[in-house]
Design a protein around this ligand. Structure first.
Ligand SMILES: Nc1nc2c(c(=O)[nH]1)N[C@H]1C(S)=C(S)[C@@H](COP(=O)(O)O)O[C@H]1N2
Ligand SMILES: [Mo]
Length: 393
């Protein structure tokens, strides 16, 4: 133990810093400012475990969602169109865990915030670096949860792109969290197990935090978990409200697709190119599938879709089985006006160019005259108002 300081950092690689003059020790920097007994390591460790679990779950499900939205080359071969509800579950968990992390982060920061005023502010270079890593961790986590929450409300009051920022903050948090856990390893191990002597008030505090997490989860998870729908008081979306019983993210009016041109037809590229009117499409064999729309914002809803199997259209156009597709919408601008589809989805018997939903011709807001619906995919890729299917080779 002789190379280790009380907080577990190694002295051999460390440079001590001179203590600052005591005259600077004013305001909250004075000793005895923070009186609650609950600003102590066991409480911090218990909350850290819960928060850490939520962060890890968010990170893993977030990586998956990011990868599915723009699969890099190596991932393309690994994509699967099953289970049908896979993305609904992983993205539902992402938003549920992220929402639960908000009260957890609040409680954790309250427990440890007196450390912000610890004296001396930095004992050594290593201590300074450790504190800098915590500053990064706290700032990145606050920003991540804030942008994520606002994204579930479809509100983007910032000039940077949401998804890329959210993604890189996720990596920053993960790196800073690993450093934090490594730096605090000694404290974490010491306080991991339940102490013999309970601290008065700790159980009540942790119980209150657990109750808030449960309340927040129960009142928002109904946007994706059907049996919690009745409790869905705070979620931004009711998955059963909207035209034809489905919510809408971007309406036809917003996309500029309210009036479909009278000569609308679907073009399918390929060795035998197709040009099909709506009645041509209706004359082809129709299939139905019950598939969810699973929005990255965390709401999801299943519906009965009817239309032409995409693979039937591709076979008619003699498109090679391993071809990737580009799906082009009538919408001329907007991030989802053009999307890419890998062959596992394109060739799945459940993937439809849907013309109807829940027994009715598609509403303009759901993509009339035709939209893509495929299993186990993010909602952003379920392109509405389709006009052209191109072959990427
Ligand atoms: N052309 C086009 N298709 C689109 C979008 C869009 O903005 N433009 N939004 C997507 C998103 S984010 C979702 S969640 C689903 C929503 O489908 P719905 O409005 O039918 O529920 O459509 C997707 N298809
Ligand atoms: Mo979405």
């Amino acid at each position: 133990m002789k190379d280790t300081t009380t907080d577990g950092s190694s002295r051999r690689f460390d440079l001590p810093l001179p203590p600052p003059p005591d005259a600077l020790r004013i305001g909250p920097l004075r000793e005895g400012t923070f009186r609650s007994r609950l600003h102590e390591p066991r409480t911090a460790v218990v909350l850290g475990r819960w928060l850490g679990a939520a962060i890890v779950l968010c990170f893993l499900t977030g990586l998956l969602s990011h990868g599915l939205q723009e699969p890099p080359g190596w991932l393309r071969a690994l994509l699967t169109s099953r289970p049908v509800d896979g993305y609904r579950v992983t993205q539902g968990l992402h938003v549920i865990a992220g929402t639960a992390a908000i009260p957890l982060l609040g409680a954790k920061l309250w427990t440890v915030y007196p450390r912000l005023f610890e004296w001396p502010p930095a004992r050594s270079v290593l201590h300074l670096l450790e504190r800098a890593a915590i500053a990064v961790l706290v700032a990145a986590t606050l920003l991540e949860l804030f942008t994520g929450l606002l994204n579930t409300l479809q509100w983007y009051p910032w000039p940077f792109p949401f998804r890329q920022t959210h993604f890189w903050l996720g990596w920053t948090i993960t790196g800073a969290l690993l450093l934090h856990v490594a730096a605090k390893a000694a404290t974490i191990t010491e306080h991991w197990w339940r102490p013999r002597l309970p601290l008065p008030g700790r159980r009540a505090f942790l119980g209150t935090v657990a109750a808030s997490v449960t309340a927040v989860t129960l009142t928002t998870a109904g946007q994706t978990v059907p049996w919690l729908r009745g409790l869905d008081l705070l979620a931004p979306r009711r998955p059963d409200l909207g035209p034809q019983g489905l919510p809408v993210n971007r309406t036809a009016a917003q996309a500029g697709t309210t009036t479909v041109p009278a000569d609308w037809h679907l073009t399918v590229d390929g060795p035998t190119p197709l040009r099909l009117s709506l009645s041509d499409l209706r004359a082809l064999p129709q299939h139905s599938a019950r598939l969810p729309i699973s929005c990255v914002e965390g709401w999801s809803a299943s519906a009965d879709w009817t239309g032409v199997r995409l693979r039937d259209l591709l076979d008619l156009a003699r498109v090679p089985a391993d071809a990737r597709l580009r799906i082009v919408s009538l919408e001329t601008s907007g991030p989802y006006a053009v999307t890419t589809m890998e062959p596992v989805y394109a060739r799945d018997p459940l993937t439809l160019l849907a013309l109807a939903v829940n027994g009715q011709v598609l509403d303009a807001d759901h993509g009339h005259p035709a939209r893509v619906i495929a299993p186990n995919r993010p909602g952003v890729l379920q392109t509405k108002w389709v006009s052209r299917i191109e072959v990427l080779g």
